[in-house]
Design a protein around this ligand. Structure first.
Ligand SMILES: CC(=O)SCCNC(=O)CCNC(=O)[C@H](O)C(C)(C)COP(=O)(O)OP(=O)(O)OC[C@H]1O[C@@H](n2cnc3c(N)ncnc32)[C@H](O)[C@@H]1OP(=O)(O)O
Length: 213
């Protein structure tokens, strides 16, 4: 296995949790990436903020880049684009040791599966997805690229989550529904019907609150 050192895009709460995950996996993280000039040179949880990719071009062959260090699907996509543009290597998917992975499941590239997540069978997770702590993905769930599944979300069987969708903390999704691309599900929602692309949907039962795109 390629055990190259890692850098993490984003040094906020999610980035720091991903750092902790890397440490639990025995992987060395040599820095955070953050474009904000005021962050460069700071230390976060004992790890330096290196600046943007342009500041670490000398390390291009030596490190792999984690783009799922932020919860925002839009930011994740931007970081992936920048990482490829600068010729850096993307990190593989990181799975917390507590997570049992059935060989019947498929995981893409560059995703993060956090502590206590449950993925049952025939679950397909795309690239640069976050499955946060204690989220449950039941049989035949599909999660497309860049989606973020927040802590404690329960996704029932045969649900399809579109690209870049953000599923808010503690929400529950009924079986066989589809959440459209780049939609947001508010925290605590119960989603019983299909959600179109590019909307905010919230409440119990969840209803469309506004268009986002
Ligand atoms: C480890 C970690 O910390 S991971 C972080 C996980 N974080 C989350 O899951 C955050 C979830 N966030 C939310 O639920 C937020 O409320 C958001 C993102 C949906 C708010 O989005 P915004 O675009 O700011 O929505 P806004 O505040 O304009 O609300 C629009 C409408 O939706 C309603 N609404 C917003 N969120 C919710 C919600 N969770 N439940 C019910 N209604 C909601 C508002 O009351 C408002 O209703 P109205 O038009 O009838 O007055």
């Amino acid at each position: 296995m390629d055990e190259r050192k890692l850098v993490i895009w984003g040094c906020g709460g999610m980035g720091r949790e991903v750092l902790d995950l890397c440490e639990q996996l025995g992987r060395e993280v040599i820095g955070f990436l953050d474009d904000r000039p005021d962050m460069r040179g700071q230390t976060v949880d004992g790890v330096p903020v290196l600046g943007g990719l342009a500041d670490i071009v000398k390390l291009r062959g030596d490190v792999k880049v984690i783009c799922a260090g932020v919860g925002s699907p839009v930011l994740k996509k931007r970081f992936v684009h920048q990482t490829k543009e600068h010729g850096f290597t993307l990190a593989e998917t990181l799975v917390h040791p507590s997570v049992r992975l059935s060989p019947k499941n498929r995981l893409g590239l560059g995703s993060v599966i956090c502590e206590g997540a449950i993925l049952t069978i025939h679950v397909r997770v795309g690239d640069f997805v976050i499955v946060n702590t204690r989220a449950t993905l039941a049989h035949d769930v599909t999660v497309a690229d860049y989606a973020t599944i927040s802590p404690g979300v329960n996704i029932s069987g045969n649900v399809s989550i579109g690209e870049g969708a953000f599923i808010g903390t503690g929400s529950a999704l009924r079986e066989k529904i589809t959440v459209g691309a780049w939609s947001v599900i508010g925290g605590g929602a119960f989603v019983k019907d299909d959600v179109p692309a590019g909307v905010l949907c919230a409440g119990v039962p969840a209803v469309v609150k506004k268009k986002l795109l």
